[in-house]
Design a protein around this ligand. Structure first.
Ligand SMILES: *[C@@H]1O[C@H](CO)[C@@H](O)[C@H](O)[C@H]1NC(C)=O
Ligand SMILES: *[C@@H]1O[C@H](CO)[C@@H](O)[C@H](O)[C@H]1NC(C)=O
Ligand SMILES: *[C@@H]1O[C@H](CO)[C@@H](O)[C@H](O)[C@H]1NC(C)=O
Ligand SMILES: *[C@@H]1O[C@H](CO)[C@@H](O)[C@H](O)[C@H]1NC(C)=O
Ligand SMILES: *[C@@H]1O[C@H](CO)[C@@H](O)[C@H](O)[C@H]1NC(C)=O
Ligand SMILES: *[C@@H]1O[C@H](CO)[C@@H](O)[C@H](O)[C@H]1NC(C)=O
Length: 409
């Protein structure tokens, strides 16, 4: 390609000055080469598409048969512009990796569960991906936002979204929180240990006369509450909102529950008043961090032991790390990492490439008195000529002390 760029370039011999279009061509060519160098490192198998729209799809994720590891199939929906990526279930015949929306009218007063719902309407679609990070063994998806909007003191319309995840995915317990918004709301994350009738993950409660106690940015139980995901989130998340008599239904009709990446939602007091405001703020869903791992009774081999035949860490300069995705349910699982001083995709052959540390002086220090030199497994930073020491530790000194120099001079 490089020779192609050069051979098609008109020779500027007729003029001392390059005409502007030619100059632009050269600049464009240079940019193309720089771009190619950035993109040289493959993220998936040869012949496999590596993008859905502008989103990268690195192996083990993949779009076509033969291009993904089992469980990591992604469907690219081109009916959207730009196209959107959805997690496909590992078994297309089962309903896995789905967001389900259930809509129904509920009453807060009936004790008879059969009388609570006047109707129920359910629809499902795939879990949409926002991005995938092989380095961190994480994917981000649009997660469920449940809302309950009162139509009278004891009647409300519930729009409950649930996310069902299957191996090898689970919502990260350390990076997500469950959030509730409403003047009076109990919120559950859908795990077995929390339910409407027993424990709420968190509660927001304001006396009707104290609505002004809600503070922007404060999620401590006054208009907004936040809690860690419970220790047993099961296979999915079902953010739930309690049905309670809403004496403020005329001014504060809606309350919400969602599981969301920490710090992605900032409470704002108008959210207590505006109708259906959170579904408007997160129209495709709230960002949720999903952990993923290689599962299937597989753990990292013990040192000295042969790796399993379907070892996923196929790149040279990569290694395996035991993982705890979904805790007990996916007991034996692992992720692959590039070795120190390498980066890229450990799940494909030759996917981990040497890092040119000299390109990242903020991370890999080399004194301004040193010369940065990349090498495999690290970098060197010898001092410039006439100096001794080590530029990596910042100790480069003149070979002759100043005094000695002065004498020599
Ligand atoms: C993809 O495109 C959307 C909309 O054009 C943009 O907001 C987003 O940042 C892009 N993502 C990447 C990874 O470039
Ligand atoms: C259920 O949803 C369908 C399609 O959106 C709609 O036509 C129907 O009226 C709904 N049922 C009820 C009882 O609201
Ligand atoms: C919170 O911020 C919004 C604007 O984002 C503003 O309208 C509202 O009055 C603020 N609430 C309080 C209690 O300061
Ligand atoms: C809720 O409101 C209904 C209708 O106004 C009433 O009959 C019921 O007693 C109320 N329940 C509670 C717990 O306040
Ligand atoms: C990974 O887990 C397996 C099974 O629990 C254990 O035998 C092995 O030593 C662990 N490997 C590492 C590198 O921690
Ligand atoms: C990894 O292995 C391939 C083929 O075996 C080799 O060409 C490549 O140089 C190796 N890469 C590194 C970073 O060692």
């Amino acid at each position: 390609n490089r020779t192609h760029h050069c051979s098609t370039m008109p020779t500027p011999s007729r003029s001392r000055f390059l005409p502007l279009p030619v100059l632009l061509l050269i600049l464009a060519g240079a940019a193309a080469i720089a771009g190619e160098q950035d993109e040289q490192q493959p993220i998936t198998h040869p012949g496999c598409p590596d993008k859905c729209g502008n989103m990268s799809i690195p192996f083990p994720f993949g779009l076509m048969p033969g291009c993904f590891r089992e469980g990591f199939q992604v469907t690219c929906d081109h009916s959207f512009d730009p196209p959107r990526a959805f997690l496909a279930g590992s078994d297309p015949d089962t309903t896995t990796n789905l967001i389900t929306l259930t809509e129904r009218d509920e009453s807060a007063v009936s004790d008879d569960p059969d009388l609570v719902y006047s109707y129920s309407n359910t629809s499902s679609w795939g879990v949409e991906l926002m991005d995938v990070s092989i380095d961190r063994s994480e994917a981000r998806a649009y997660g469920p936002v449940t809302s309950r909007c009162s139509t009278s003191i004891a009647q409300s319309k519930l729009k409950e979204q649930a996310m069902t995840l299957e191996e090898p995915f689970a919502a990260s317990k350390t990076l997500n929180v469950v959030v509730g918004v409403g003047w009076k709301v109990g919120v559950t994350d859908g795990s077995s240990s929390s339910s409407y009738t027993t424990t709420f993950a968190c509660r927001s409660e304001l006396a009707a006369s104290h609505l002004e106690h809600a503070r922007n940015g404060s999620c401590t139980g006054r208009g907004c509450c936040e809690a860690a995901l419970s220790s047993e989130p099961g296979y999915g998340i079902v953010p739930g909102v309690s049905a309670e008599n809403n004496t403020l239904w005329r001014t504060n009709p809606c309350s919400y529950a969602m599981v969301i990446e920490k710090s992605r939602y900032t409470f704002s007091t108008p959210d207590l008043y505006v109708d259906k405001v959170l579904p408007k703020k997160f129209p495709r869903g709230a960002p949720v961090v999903l952990d993923f791992a290689i599962v299937g009774d597989a753990a990292c081999p013990v040192k000295g032991q042969r790796p399993p035949p379907d070892n996923a860490c196929v790149s040279n300069n990569s290694h395996c790390v035991n993982a705890t995705v979904g805790q007990s349910s996916y007991a034996l699982s692992y992720v692959c990492k590039c070795s120190e001083h390498y980066q890229g995709n450990p799940y494909i052959a030759n996917g981990c490439r040497d890092i040119d540390e000299c390109k990242f002086p903020d991370i890999y220090f080399c004194s301004s008195k040193g010369i940065c030199m990349n090498r495999l497994d690290g970098y060197d930073c010898p001092c410039k000529p006439g100096m001794k020491g080590d530029g990596k530790s910042g100790h480069c000194a003149e070979t002759f002390p100043l005094v000695a120099k002065a004498i020599v001079g």
